[in-house]
Design a protein around this ligand. Structure first.
Ligand SMILES: Nc1ncnc2c1ncn2[C@@H]1O[C@H](COP(=O)(O)OP(=O)(O)OP(=O)(O)O)[C@@H](O)[C@H]1O
Length: 320
């Protein structure tokens, strides 16, 4: 069964900006779904609509089988939303924050006590009970914010960029937490992220969007299949040469898109076998120094760059 069904949704703000332009997507129950898109793609607008803060201009949305526009109050009882800015009250202790949240959601005292204990254990927050919440690191505050939002046992948890600004250790802890929420609480997770690695590692399904529309949806491996066999990596002696040669290769007509990764240029081509010979010859003819050239397996980042660039080439313009 579907947790979220978005059908041709349009959101036009009063200033005329169309943040969502006929977007459709489907999120299955119990999965982690990531929404990826460049700045201004419309991700926050969509989250604000799905969490009932904004109304769509047109289109239809079903949440757990019910029409969001007709039953927003019911939808609010089924979901929780963790925004980018943490909502914990730093004047209160960890326990007081959790208890306050349980009262807001009218969880009865006995259940709340039991559930809060379970959440604190499960999300490894026990050792922080002794310290004031104001002294917590950004990562711990964010984990506490999510734990608080789990007190009502939401069916769907919305997270707006849950790991933004976190170091690698905190990010891994957060990923463990989100996987636990999916696996132990069977909660559907809908998150936005700028980190492709995060979407890749964590998500059951991914939607890449741009200019208010979806441009691809599927599992990480099915998205990689879109451009499989059509990518070539040229490794150069250093990053400066990579930048310089990228500009030159962008002016040729045998590549579709290009992206720099440290001292390499990754290019999208129509036919990797033919293009391998062509690019190799072109680099030698132009006296370009390179270490190696070869066909590569795409990463999710490659898929993202390829799709967003193809969207731009169709004349729709990138907002970022
Ligand atoms: N309240 C608003 N009124 C008018 N325009 C808005 C409003 N909110 C967003 N927009 C515009 O809608 C478009 C989509 O913005 P949105 O914030 O949804 O994108 P986003 O993908 O979340 O971007 P980011 O990753 O930068 O947060 C942008 O052009 C933005 O300027």
């Amino acid at each position: 069964m579907l947790a979220i069904e978005v059908d041709k949704i349009v959101k036009q703000y009063k200033n005329g900006v169309k943040a969502l332009d006929g977007l459709s997507l489907q999120v299955k129950k119990g999965e982690i779904f990531s929404l990826l898109g460049p700045n201004g793609a419309g991700k926050s607008s969509l989250i604000n609509i799905l969490t009932t803060f904004y109304k769509p201009t047109s289109g239809k949305i079903n949440i757990l089988g019910k029409d969001l526009c007709k039953e927003p109050a019911w939808v609010r009882t089924q979901i929780a939303c963790v925004a980018q800015r943490v909502s914990i009250d730093e004047h209160l202790s960890l326990m007081e924050n959790m208890t306050f949240q349980s009262r807001m959601y009218r969880v009865d005292k006995y259940t709340a006590k039991k559930r809060i204990k379970e959440l604190i254990d499960s999300f490894q927050l026990l050792s922080y009970l002794r310290y004031p919440t104001s002294s917590y690191s950004g990562g711990v505050k964010r984990r506490l914010d999510i734990a608080m939002n789990m007190v009502s046992l939401p069916k769907i948890l919305f997270l707006d960029e849950p790991t933004v600004g976190m170091d690698a250790v905190s990010r891994n802890r957060m990923w463990e937490m989100l996987l636990k929420i999916r696996d132990e609480y069977n909660t559907t997770i809908f998150l936005t992220t700028h980190y492709l690695e995060e979407a890749d590692q964590l998500s059951d399904n991914i939607c890449i969007m741009n200019n208010g529309k979806e441009i691809a949806q599927g599992t990480s491996s099915s998205l990689r299949n879109i451009i499989r066999q059509n990518m070539i990596r040229v490794v150069l002696p250093n990053a400066i040469k990579a930048k310089k040669y990228k500009k030159m290769i962008d002016n040729t007509d045998f590549i579709k898109w290009s992206n720099i990764k440290e001292n390499s240029i990754v290019v999208g081509v129509a036919n990797s076998r033919k293009s391998l010979t062509l690019i190799n010859k072109w680099m030698i003819d132009n006296n370009m120094e390179f270490i190696s050239i070869g066909i590569v397996e795409p990463t999710l980042e490659d898929v993202f760059v390829s799709l967003v660039n193809s969207d731009r080439n169709r004349g729709e313009g990138l907002v970022c």
